[in-house]
Design a protein around this ligand. Structure first.
Ligand code: NAP
Ligand code: GDD
Length: 335
């Protein structure tokens, strides 16, 4: 297990500036929490929306600076860099919902794929010495040519989202090799937390189970219950992002737990936690939540991250599910 000396890292990073896109997302908010404890000055980018979207970042209001920009607008990215003059850029912004990527494939490609190119170009123009982290995804492995998947496993994406992420991954590698930039990708397997968006299956289940326990609903509507994912805890994973940018050379790393569990396993664990053993009567299968092409199983091999960065996951599957269900019980009890 890695040991970080927090006092020392805080002093070392005291004058460092980080710029995070996708600040209001799950990972963006956890990464900001982490970098503040490490002494960074943190800037986050959000896009304009008609309603405030700060549920994950309300607690950071006076601690970070928000800049306005959009991954589809090259000039806005360059302006943000000029406004904050960062040492490190973490590109977490994306249309990140796989299911939605079949409804809006062109938009997904613009934001999740070409958006990466726009940011790399902005960095190249403003200051090519900036260190760049790209949020690559296990969705790029899709049909899993090798199980568990590692950095050298061939890719086989199964969704417009996965294809867009693959573009972002390769253009990051290409800019590293073409322009000698410190640009790297973390190939992160699924990770979740109390701040996960409600449309993703884990949060949908933790919220649904809490509602059933509190008598607020009598069912959860779901799609494919047999898909398997390698689920970790987001706060553990944002630490790996930071570690990648502290390495001597830019490299890509798989970040995962090495375990895989089905949606059924998640349901069993979540319902058990609230004292319900027979959960099947509470589930309605709804074809609206089935996908045109499914990723049946994902499992990652994080050996490289462990050996080179001493990164290991700290939170196991059972702990993750309990944290999420407990959080939703608390949120719904306070309504
Ligand atoms: P998330 O909660 O969906 O956050 C994504 C963020 O991107 C949101 O804040 C969103 O802003 C922003 N965004 C979307 N379109 C944008 C645009 N055109 N311009 C600027 N910002 C835009 O995702 P996450 O789970 O934190 O994931 C962070 C990153 O890691 C994403 O790139 C995701 O694809 C990738 N990833 C996630 C996982 C995972 O399991 N969580 C695994 C591998 C890779 P709005 O709030 O305005 O929509
Ligand atoms: N969202 C959702 N809703 N998924 C469901 C449902 C449902 O009602 N029922 C079953 N599933 C299944 C999906 O078909 C999929 O196989 C699995 O649950 C996980 O779906 P999501 O939670 O939406 O996550 P994902 O694996 O597709 O994508 C997430 O992980 C990727 C990394 O592998 C996202 O965070 C991506 O941004 C990320 O790159």
């Amino acid at each position: 297990m890695h040991q970080i000396n927090f006092m020392n890292t805080k002093i070392l990073n005291m004058n460092k500036i980080a710029f995070i896109t996708g600040i209001n997302g799950m990972d963006g908010s956890h990464l900001a929490d982490l970098l503040l404890t490490r002494g960074y000055k943190v800037y986050g980018m959000e896009r304009r929306s008609s309603n405030a979207n700060d549920v994950n970042t309300k607690h950071l209001k006076d601690k970070i600076t928000i800049l306005n920009g959009d991954m589809t607008d090259q000039n806005s990215l360059l302006r943000c860099l000029k406004e904050c003059n960062p040492d490190e850029v973490y590109n977490l912004a994306a249309q990140s919902f796989v299911g939605e990527s079949w409804n809006t494939p062109e938009h997904t490609s613009e934001v999740t794929g070409l958006g990466v190119l726009r940011m790399l170009e902005a960095i190249r123009e403003y200051n090519p010495k900036i260190k760049f982290y790209q949020a690559s995804s296990s969705e790029m492995f899709g049909r899993m040519v090798e199980n568990p998947a590692k950095e050298t496993t061939p890719f086989y994406p199964r969704s417009p989202y996965g294809v867009s992420k693959l573009y972002g991954h390769w253009i990051t590698k290409n800019y590293r090799e073409s322009y000698d930039m410190f640009a790297c990708s973390g190939i992160l397997f699924n990770h979740e937390s109390e701040r996960r968006g409600i449309e993703f299956v884990t949060r949908k289940i933790s919220d649904g189970v809490a509602r059933i326990k509190l008598g607020l609903t009598d069912h959860i509507s779901l799609g494919n219950l047999d898909a398997k994912r390698d689920w970790g805890y987001a706060p553990d994973y944002v630490e790996a992002m930071w570690m990648m940018l502290q390495q001597e050379t830019p490299e890509d790393y798989v970040i995962a737990t090495g375990e895989t569990h089905s949606i059924r396993d998640f349901l069993t664990e979540a319902f058990n936690h609230v004292g319900i053993a027979d959960w099947e009567p509470y589930i309605k299968q709804d074809p609206r939540f089935m996908r045109p092409a499914e990723v049946d199983v994902l499992r990652g091999d994080y050996t490289k991250a462990k050996e080179e960065m001493e990164w290991v996951p700290q939170t196991n599957f059972s702990e993750l599910v309990k944290k999420m269900v407990d959080n939703d019980l608390k949120l719904l009890s306070n309504v």
